[in-house]
Design a binder for this molecule. Structure first.
Ligand SMILES: [Zn+2]
Length: 463
Protein backbone atom coordinates (compact mmCIF):
# COMPACT_ATOMS: atom_id res chain seq x y z
CA UNK A 1 0.00 0.00 0.00
CA UNK A 2 2.60 2.51 1.13
CA UNK A 3 5.89 2.80 2.88
CA UNK A 4 7.58 5.43 5.00
CA UNK A 5 11.27 6.37 5.16
CA UNK A 6 12.77 8.34 8.03
CA UNK A 7 15.28 10.86 6.66
CA UNK A 8 15.52 13.03 9.78
CA UNK A 9 14.30 13.84 13.32
CA UNK A 10 15.41 10.37 14.48
CA UNK A 11 17.25 10.54 17.80
CA UNK A 12 17.21 14.34 17.47
CA UNK A 13 14.71 17.20 17.29
CA UNK A 14 16.05 18.60 14.02
CA UNK A 15 16.06 17.72 10.32
CA UNK A 16 12.43 16.53 10.14
CA UNK A 17 11.93 14.70 6.81
CA UNK A 18 9.71 11.69 6.16
CA UNK A 19 9.31 10.22 2.70
CA UNK A 20 5.93 8.60 2.14
CA UNK A 21 5.66 6.44 -0.97
CA UNK A 22 2.11 5.63 -2.01
CA UNK A 23 0.82 4.30 -5.31
CA UNK A 24 4.14 4.95 -7.02
CA UNK A 25 4.33 8.61 -5.93
CA UNK A 26 6.74 10.17 -3.46
CA UNK A 27 5.68 12.75 -0.86
CA UNK A 28 8.18 14.35 1.49
CA UNK A 29 6.53 15.40 4.75
CA UNK A 30 8.61 18.27 6.17
CA UNK A 31 11.92 19.34 4.78
CA UNK A 32 13.88 20.49 7.80
CA UNK A 33 17.45 21.52 8.31
CA UNK A 34 19.65 19.55 10.71
CA UNK A 35 20.92 21.85 13.46
CA UNK A 36 23.08 21.59 16.57
CA UNK A 37 25.84 18.96 16.71
CA UNK A 38 28.33 18.98 13.84
CA UNK A 39 27.67 15.29 13.12
CA UNK A 40 24.03 16.24 12.43
CA UNK A 41 24.76 19.45 10.52
CA UNK A 42 27.05 17.54 8.13
CA UNK A 43 23.97 15.61 6.95
CA UNK A 44 22.73 18.85 5.34
CA UNK A 45 25.71 18.55 2.99
CA UNK A 46 25.50 14.85 2.04
CA UNK A 47 23.64 13.43 -0.95
CA UNK A 48 19.90 13.19 -0.42
CA UNK A 49 18.81 9.54 0.06
CA UNK A 50 16.57 9.68 -3.06
CA UNK A 51 16.83 11.80 -6.20
CA UNK A 52 15.11 15.12 -5.26
CA UNK A 53 13.76 15.35 -8.82
CA UNK A 54 11.82 12.11 -8.23
CA UNK A 55 9.81 13.61 -5.31
CA UNK A 56 6.30 14.63 -6.39
CA UNK A 57 5.46 17.04 -3.58
CA UNK A 58 6.68 18.39 -0.25
CA UNK A 59 4.09 18.78 2.52
CA UNK A 60 5.10 21.07 5.39
CA UNK A 61 3.70 20.84 8.92
CA UNK A 62 4.95 24.31 9.92
CA UNK A 63 7.50 27.01 9.19
CA UNK A 64 10.21 26.41 11.81
CA UNK A 65 13.56 26.01 10.06
CA UNK A 66 14.10 22.51 11.45
CA UNK A 67 10.94 21.57 9.48
CA UNK A 68 11.25 23.81 6.38
CA UNK A 69 14.84 25.05 6.15
CA UNK A 70 16.18 22.32 3.84
CA UNK A 71 13.67 23.17 1.12
CA UNK A 72 15.93 25.61 -0.80
CA UNK A 73 18.62 22.89 -0.84
CA UNK A 74 16.15 20.33 -2.19
CA UNK A 75 15.21 22.79 -4.95
CA UNK A 76 18.88 23.45 -5.71
CA UNK A 77 19.31 19.67 -6.13
CA UNK A 78 16.50 19.37 -8.65
CA UNK A 79 13.15 19.19 -6.80
CA UNK A 80 10.44 20.79 -8.95
CA UNK A 81 7.16 19.59 -7.41
CA UNK A 82 4.57 21.47 -5.38
CA UNK A 83 5.14 22.55 -1.79
CA UNK A 84 1.94 22.31 0.25
CA UNK A 85 1.63 24.40 3.41
CA UNK A 86 -1.09 26.21 5.31
CA UNK A 87 -1.52 29.85 4.28
CA UNK A 88 0.22 31.19 7.41
CA UNK A 89 3.08 28.70 7.07
CA UNK A 90 3.60 29.88 3.48
CA UNK A 91 3.63 33.51 4.67
CA UNK A 92 6.13 32.73 7.45
CA UNK A 93 8.36 30.74 5.06
CA UNK A 94 8.39 33.76 2.76
CA UNK A 95 10.32 35.66 5.44
CA UNK A 96 12.17 32.77 7.10
CA UNK A 97 13.66 30.92 4.11
CA UNK A 98 15.36 34.00 2.58
CA UNK A 99 16.63 34.86 6.08
CA UNK A 100 18.02 31.33 6.49
CA UNK A 101 19.68 31.63 3.05
CA UNK A 102 21.18 34.96 4.09
CA UNK A 103 22.69 33.28 7.18
CA UNK A 104 24.09 30.48 4.98
CA UNK A 105 25.68 33.06 2.68
CA UNK A 106 27.13 34.93 5.68
CA UNK A 107 28.57 31.67 7.09
CA UNK A 108 30.31 30.96 3.77
CA UNK A 109 31.72 34.51 3.60
CA UNK A 110 32.97 34.19 7.16
CA UNK A 111 34.62 30.82 6.40
CA UNK A 112 36.33 32.39 3.39
CA UNK A 113 37.56 35.35 5.41
CA UNK A 114 38.91 33.14 8.16
CA UNK A 115 40.06 30.52 5.64
CA UNK A 116 38.92 27.67 7.87
CA UNK A 117 36.99 25.76 5.22
CA UNK A 118 38.58 22.80 3.44
CA UNK A 119 36.81 24.05 0.31
CA UNK A 120 38.08 27.10 -1.50
CA UNK A 121 36.02 29.13 -1.87
CA UNK A 122 33.54 27.86 0.74
CA UNK A 123 30.03 27.80 -0.77
CA UNK A 124 26.79 28.45 1.11
CA UNK A 125 24.50 25.46 1.64
CA UNK A 126 22.04 27.46 -0.46
CA UNK A 127 21.49 31.02 -1.61
CA UNK A 128 18.69 33.59 -1.48
CA UNK A 129 18.04 32.72 -5.12
CA UNK A 130 17.44 29.05 -4.14
CA UNK A 131 15.10 30.21 -1.37
CA UNK A 132 13.13 32.37 -3.80
CA UNK A 133 12.84 29.47 -6.26
CA UNK A 134 11.50 27.32 -3.42
CA UNK A 135 8.92 29.98 -2.53
CA UNK A 136 7.62 29.92 -6.14
CA UNK A 137 6.59 26.27 -5.62
CA UNK A 138 4.31 26.94 -2.62
CA UNK A 139 0.62 26.06 -2.83
CA UNK A 140 -1.06 27.43 0.31
CA UNK A 141 -4.02 25.46 1.66
CA UNK A 142 -6.57 26.38 4.32
CA UNK A 143 -7.09 24.19 7.38
CA UNK A 144 -9.77 21.56 7.10
CA UNK A 145 -10.01 21.46 3.30
CA UNK A 146 -9.34 18.03 1.80
CA UNK A 147 -7.10 18.21 -1.26
CA UNK A 148 -6.56 15.35 -3.71
CA UNK A 149 -2.82 14.89 -4.21
CA UNK A 150 -3.52 12.08 -6.70
CA UNK A 151 -6.64 9.96 -7.28
CA UNK A 152 -5.92 7.59 -4.36
CA UNK A 153 -4.31 10.03 -1.90
CA UNK A 154 -5.74 13.06 -0.06
CA UNK A 155 -4.28 15.64 2.31
CA UNK A 156 -6.07 17.63 5.04
CA UNK A 157 -4.44 20.12 7.41
CA UNK A 158 -5.60 20.21 11.07
CA UNK A 159 -4.59 22.63 13.86
CA UNK A 160 -1.49 21.59 15.78
CA UNK A 161 -1.48 24.58 18.18
CA UNK A 162 2.32 24.91 18.06
CA UNK A 163 3.01 28.14 16.12
CA UNK A 164 0.91 30.18 13.72
CA UNK A 165 0.11 27.98 10.70
CA UNK A 166 1.27 24.77 12.39
CA UNK A 167 -0.67 21.70 11.37
CA UNK A 168 -1.10 17.98 11.59
CA UNK A 169 -0.77 16.42 8.16
CA UNK A 170 -3.67 13.99 7.73
CA UNK A 171 -3.10 11.76 4.70
CA UNK A 172 -5.61 9.18 3.48
CA UNK A 173 -4.65 6.47 1.00
CA UNK A 174 -7.38 4.42 -0.71
CA UNK A 175 -6.95 0.67 -0.41
CA UNK A 176 -8.87 -2.40 -1.64
CA UNK A 177 -10.63 -2.62 1.73
CA UNK A 178 -11.26 1.09 2.32
CA UNK A 179 -8.54 3.53 3.28
CA UNK A 180 -5.54 3.93 5.52
CA UNK A 181 -5.12 7.08 7.60
CA UNK A 182 -1.58 8.36 8.19
CA UNK A 183 -1.22 11.30 10.58
CA UNK A 184 1.94 13.35 11.09
CA UNK A 185 1.82 15.38 14.30
CA UNK A 186 4.55 17.80 13.23
CA UNK A 187 5.27 19.64 16.46
CA UNK A 188 2.37 19.12 18.84
CA UNK A 189 1.40 22.32 20.64
CA UNK A 190 -0.30 22.92 23.96
CA UNK A 191 -3.86 23.76 24.86
CA UNK A 192 -4.77 27.32 25.92
CA UNK A 193 -1.84 29.03 24.23
CA UNK A 194 -2.38 32.73 23.46
CA UNK A 195 -3.53 33.53 19.89
CA UNK A 196 -3.51 29.93 18.61
CA UNK A 197 -6.38 27.46 18.48
CA UNK A 198 -5.87 24.31 20.55
CA UNK A 199 -4.50 21.15 18.92
CA UNK A 200 -7.24 19.45 16.88
CA UNK A 201 -8.91 16.50 18.61
CA UNK A 202 -8.15 13.33 16.68
CA UNK A 203 -10.42 10.32 17.14
CA UNK A 204 -8.26 7.81 15.36
CA UNK A 205 -5.64 7.04 12.74
CA UNK A 206 -4.01 3.90 11.40
CA UNK A 207 -0.47 5.24 11.57
CA UNK A 208 0.76 8.10 13.71
CA UNK A 209 4.12 9.82 13.37
CA UNK A 210 4.42 11.49 16.76
CA UNK A 211 6.92 14.03 18.09
CA UNK A 212 8.52 13.50 21.52
CA UNK A 213 10.50 16.66 22.34
CA UNK A 214 9.18 16.54 25.93
CA UNK A 215 8.50 12.80 26.10
CA UNK A 216 10.02 12.69 29.56
CA UNK A 217 9.27 16.18 30.89
CA UNK A 218 6.46 18.17 32.43
CA UNK A 219 6.12 21.92 32.16
CA UNK A 220 5.90 23.76 35.47
CA UNK A 221 2.55 24.47 37.07
CA UNK A 222 3.29 28.16 37.63
CA UNK A 223 1.05 30.49 35.67
CA UNK A 224 3.36 32.25 33.23
CA UNK A 225 1.20 35.36 33.12
CA UNK A 226 1.51 35.82 36.90
CA UNK A 227 5.25 35.14 36.71
CA UNK A 228 5.67 37.69 33.94
CA UNK A 229 3.66 40.32 35.86
CA UNK A 230 5.90 39.86 38.90
CA UNK A 231 9.12 40.16 36.90
CA UNK A 232 7.88 43.29 35.09
CA UNK A 233 6.73 44.93 38.35
CA UNK A 234 10.04 44.12 40.09
CA UNK A 235 11.89 45.64 37.15
CA UNK A 236 9.77 48.81 37.34
CA UNK A 237 10.41 49.08 41.11
CA UNK A 238 14.16 48.95 40.53
CA UNK A 239 13.84 51.62 37.85
CA UNK A 240 15.66 49.43 35.35
CA UNK A 241 15.02 48.09 31.88
CA UNK A 242 13.75 44.58 31.16
CA UNK A 243 15.54 42.88 28.28
CA UNK A 244 14.05 39.75 26.74
CA UNK A 245 16.06 37.65 24.28
CA UNK A 246 13.27 36.12 22.24
CA UNK A 247 12.67 33.97 19.18
CA UNK A 248 11.33 36.26 16.49
CA UNK A 249 8.50 34.00 15.36
CA UNK A 250 5.91 32.90 17.89
CA UNK A 251 7.48 33.70 21.23
CA UNK A 252 7.70 37.46 20.56
CA UNK A 253 4.03 37.61 19.56
CA UNK A 254 2.90 35.58 22.60
CA UNK A 255 4.86 37.94 24.79
CA UNK A 256 3.23 41.03 23.21
CA UNK A 257 -0.18 39.42 23.64
CA UNK A 258 0.47 38.70 27.32
CA UNK A 259 1.95 42.14 28.10
CA UNK A 260 -1.07 43.76 26.41
CA UNK A 261 -3.44 41.69 28.57
CA UNK A 262 -1.52 42.52 31.76
CA UNK A 263 -1.65 46.22 30.94
CA UNK A 264 -5.38 46.09 30.25
CA UNK A 265 -5.99 44.19 33.48
CA UNK A 266 -3.88 46.87 35.23
CA UNK A 267 -1.62 44.23 36.72
CA UNK A 268 1.40 46.12 35.37
CA UNK A 269 1.85 49.82 34.57
CA UNK A 270 1.84 50.89 30.93
CA UNK A 271 5.35 51.30 29.57
CA UNK A 272 7.32 51.49 26.35
CA UNK A 273 7.86 48.11 24.68
CA UNK A 274 10.46 47.90 21.93
CA UNK A 275 10.42 45.08 19.39
CA UNK A 276 13.96 45.39 18.10
CA UNK A 277 14.29 42.74 15.39
CA UNK A 278 13.30 43.14 11.72
CA UNK A 279 12.38 39.43 11.59
CA UNK A 280 10.15 39.73 14.68
CA UNK A 281 8.48 42.82 13.20
CA UNK A 282 7.83 40.99 9.91
CA UNK A 283 6.56 37.92 11.77
CA UNK A 284 4.19 40.12 13.80
CA UNK A 285 2.81 41.38 10.47
CA UNK A 286 2.20 37.78 9.35
CA UNK A 287 0.40 37.06 12.65
CA UNK A 288 -1.90 40.05 12.09
CA UNK A 289 -2.56 39.20 8.44
CA UNK A 290 -3.60 35.63 9.31
CA UNK A 291 -6.34 36.49 11.79
CA UNK A 292 -8.42 33.62 10.33
CA UNK A 293 -6.16 31.33 12.38
CA UNK A 294 -6.57 33.12 15.72
CA UNK A 295 -8.42 31.37 18.54
CA UNK A 296 -11.87 32.35 19.77
CA UNK A 297 -10.55 34.37 22.71
CA UNK A 298 -8.43 36.49 20.35
CA UNK A 299 -11.29 36.86 17.86
CA UNK A 300 -13.67 38.07 20.58
CA UNK A 301 -11.08 40.69 21.57
CA UNK A 302 -10.58 41.65 17.91
CA UNK A 303 -14.35 41.97 17.37
CA UNK A 304 -14.47 44.51 20.19
CA UNK A 305 -11.80 46.56 18.44
CA UNK A 306 -8.71 45.40 20.34
CA UNK A 307 -5.45 44.94 18.46
CA UNK A 308 -4.29 41.81 20.30
CA UNK A 309 -0.58 42.37 19.62
CA UNK A 310 -0.51 46.08 20.41
CA UNK A 311 0.66 47.12 23.85
CA UNK A 312 -0.04 50.66 25.12
CA UNK A 313 3.25 52.15 23.86
CA UNK A 314 4.71 49.74 21.30
CA UNK A 315 7.69 50.73 19.15
CA UNK A 316 8.97 48.70 16.23
CA UNK A 317 12.60 49.57 15.56
CA UNK A 318 13.56 48.40 12.09
CA UNK A 319 16.73 50.38 11.29
CA UNK A 320 19.99 49.89 13.14
CA UNK A 321 20.03 53.61 14.03
CA UNK A 322 16.65 53.22 15.74
CA UNK A 323 18.03 50.15 17.51
CA UNK A 324 21.09 52.04 18.79
CA UNK A 325 18.90 54.94 19.96
CA UNK A 326 17.27 52.55 22.47
CA UNK A 327 20.53 52.76 24.42
CA UNK A 328 19.47 56.24 25.55
CA UNK A 329 16.37 54.92 27.34
CA UNK A 330 16.98 55.07 31.07
CA UNK A 331 14.31 52.90 32.63
CA UNK A 332 10.75 51.59 32.70
CA UNK A 333 10.92 49.91 29.34
CA UNK A 334 10.89 46.41 27.88
CA UNK A 335 13.24 45.51 25.02
CA UNK A 336 12.36 42.36 23.08
CA UNK A 337 15.11 41.39 20.68
CA UNK A 338 16.64 38.39 18.91
CA UNK A 339 18.35 35.99 18.85
CA UNK A 340 16.54 34.01 21.49
CA UNK A 341 19.67 32.21 22.72
CA UNK A 342 21.92 35.31 22.48
CA UNK A 343 24.02 33.69 19.73
CA UNK A 344 23.89 36.80 17.53
CA UNK A 345 21.70 39.70 16.43
CA UNK A 346 20.77 42.98 18.10
CA UNK A 347 20.23 41.44 21.54
CA UNK A 348 24.04 41.45 21.84
CA UNK A 349 24.39 45.23 21.95
CA UNK A 350 21.49 45.54 24.42
CA UNK A 351 23.07 43.03 26.80
CA UNK A 352 26.49 44.62 26.27
CA UNK A 353 25.02 47.93 27.48
CA UNK A 354 22.56 46.77 30.09
CA UNK A 355 24.06 43.79 31.91
CA UNK A 356 26.61 45.73 34.00
CA UNK A 357 23.73 47.62 35.70
CA UNK A 358 22.15 45.76 38.67
CA UNK A 359 18.84 47.63 38.20
CA UNK A 360 18.24 45.93 34.85
CA UNK A 361 16.71 42.50 34.29
CA UNK A 362 17.40 39.88 31.63
CA UNK A 363 14.47 37.52 31.15
CA UNK A 364 14.76 34.21 29.29
CA UNK A 365 11.50 32.75 28.04
CA UNK A 366 12.83 30.05 25.70
CA UNK A 367 15.01 26.98 25.81
CA UNK A 368 18.74 27.80 26.02
CA UNK A 369 20.88 25.15 24.34
CA UNK A 370 24.20 24.00 25.80
CA UNK A 371 27.10 26.12 24.57
CA UNK A 372 25.05 29.27 23.86
CA UNK A 373 25.64 32.61 25.62
CA UNK A 374 22.05 32.44 26.85
CA UNK A 375 22.78 29.20 28.70
CA UNK A 376 25.98 30.63 30.19
CA UNK A 377 24.17 33.72 31.51
CA UNK A 378 21.31 31.60 32.85
CA UNK A 379 23.76 29.35 34.70
CA UNK A 380 24.99 32.36 36.67
CA UNK A 381 28.28 33.27 35.01
CA UNK A 382 29.90 36.44 36.41
CA UNK A 383 31.07 37.72 33.05
CA UNK A 384 30.16 36.99 29.44
CA UNK A 385 32.05 37.76 26.24
CA UNK A 386 30.23 40.05 23.81
CA UNK A 387 31.85 41.89 20.89
CA UNK A 388 35.24 40.64 22.08
CA UNK A 389 34.88 42.11 25.58
CA UNK A 390 34.17 40.50 28.96
CA UNK A 391 31.00 42.08 30.31
CA UNK A 392 30.08 41.74 34.00
CA UNK A 393 26.65 40.17 34.54
CA UNK A 394 25.26 42.40 37.29
CA UNK A 395 21.69 42.56 36.01
CA UNK A 396 19.00 40.29 37.49
CA UNK A 397 18.62 37.12 35.47
CA UNK A 398 15.16 35.53 35.36
CA UNK A 399 13.54 32.66 33.50
CA UNK A 400 9.95 31.65 32.70
CA UNK A 401 9.52 28.16 31.25
CA UNK A 402 5.75 28.32 30.64
CA UNK A 403 6.12 29.79 27.15
CA UNK A 404 7.06 26.41 25.64
CA UNK A 405 5.32 25.65 22.34
CA UNK A 406 5.58 21.85 22.72
CA UNK A 407 3.20 19.60 24.63
CA UNK A 408 4.74 17.84 27.63
CA UNK A 409 4.16 14.10 28.11
CA UNK A 410 0.93 14.51 30.06
CA UNK A 411 -0.44 16.78 27.33
CA UNK A 412 0.63 14.27 24.66
CA UNK A 413 -1.05 11.39 26.52
CA UNK A 414 -4.16 13.49 27.05
CA UNK A 415 -4.31 14.25 23.31
CA UNK A 416 -3.88 10.53 22.48
CA UNK A 417 -6.63 9.57 24.90
CA UNK A 418 -9.28 10.84 22.44
CA UNK A 419 -8.43 8.04 20.00
CA UNK A 420 -11.32 5.57 19.72
CA UNK A 421 -9.09 2.67 18.81
CA UNK A 422 -5.44 1.69 18.85
CA UNK A 423 -3.41 2.86 15.85
CA UNK A 424 -1.78 0.03 13.89
CA UNK A 425 1.54 1.62 14.75
CA UNK A 426 2.93 4.77 16.33
CA UNK A 427 6.31 5.98 15.11
CA UNK A 428 7.95 8.12 17.79
CA UNK A 429 10.26 10.76 16.33
CA UNK A 430 11.59 14.28 17.00
CA UNK A 431 13.16 13.75 20.40
CA UNK A 432 16.45 13.02 22.10
CA UNK A 433 16.64 9.20 22.50
CA UNK A 434 15.80 9.29 26.23
CA UNK A 435 12.72 11.44 25.58
CA UNK A 436 11.44 9.19 22.76
CA UNK A 437 11.96 6.01 24.79
CA UNK A 438 10.23 7.45 27.84
CA UNK A 439 7.23 8.52 25.75
CA UNK A 440 7.02 5.06 24.16
CA UNK A 441 6.99 3.41 27.58
CA UNK A 442 4.32 5.80 28.81
CA UNK A 443 2.13 5.12 25.76
CA UNK A 444 2.60 1.39 26.27
CA UNK A 445 1.63 1.51 29.91
CA UNK A 446 -1.28 3.95 29.43
CA UNK A 447 -2.83 2.40 26.28
CA UNK A 448 -0.90 -0.79 25.49
CA UNK A 449 -0.35 0.44 21.91
CA UNK A 450 2.50 -0.73 19.73
CA UNK A 451 5.20 1.78 18.89
CA UNK A 452 8.47 2.01 17.02
CA UNK A 453 11.36 4.44 17.45
CA UNK A 454 12.80 4.58 13.93
CA UNK A 455 16.47 5.08 13.20
CA UNK A 456 18.00 7.40 10.61
CA UNK A 457 17.21 6.13 7.07
CA UNK A 458 15.07 3.26 8.37
CA UNK A 459 11.93 2.42 6.36
CA UNK A 460 8.70 0.60 7.15
CA UNK A 461 5.83 -0.89 5.20
CA UNK A 462 2.44 0.58 6.04
CA UNK A 463 -0.09 -2.16 5.37
ZN1 LIG B 1 8.44 23.72 15.63
Amino acid sequence: MANINFFGATGTVTGSKYLLEADGKKFLIDCGLFQGLKELRLRNWTDFPVDPASIDAVILTHAHIDHSGYLPKLVQMGFKGSVYATTATADLCAIMLPDSAHLQEEDAKYANRKKFSKHSPALPLYTINDANKALDLFQPLPYGKTTELMPAVTLTYRDAGHILGSAFVDIRVKTDDGERRILFSGDLGRPAQPILRDPHTVFGTDYLILESTYGNRLHGQMDRKTELAKIINDSVKRGGVLIVPSFAVGRTQELLFTIRELEQEQRIPEMTVFVDSPMAINATGVFKKNSQDHDIESKVAELSGIDILKTADLRFTRSSDQSKAINNIKGRAIIISASGMVTGGRILHHLFNRMPNPNNTVLFIGYQAVGTRGRTILEGTETVKIHGQRIPVKAHVEQISGFSAHADYNEILAWLSSFNEAPRKIFIVHGEPSQSRALGERIQSAFNWSYEIPEYLESFELN
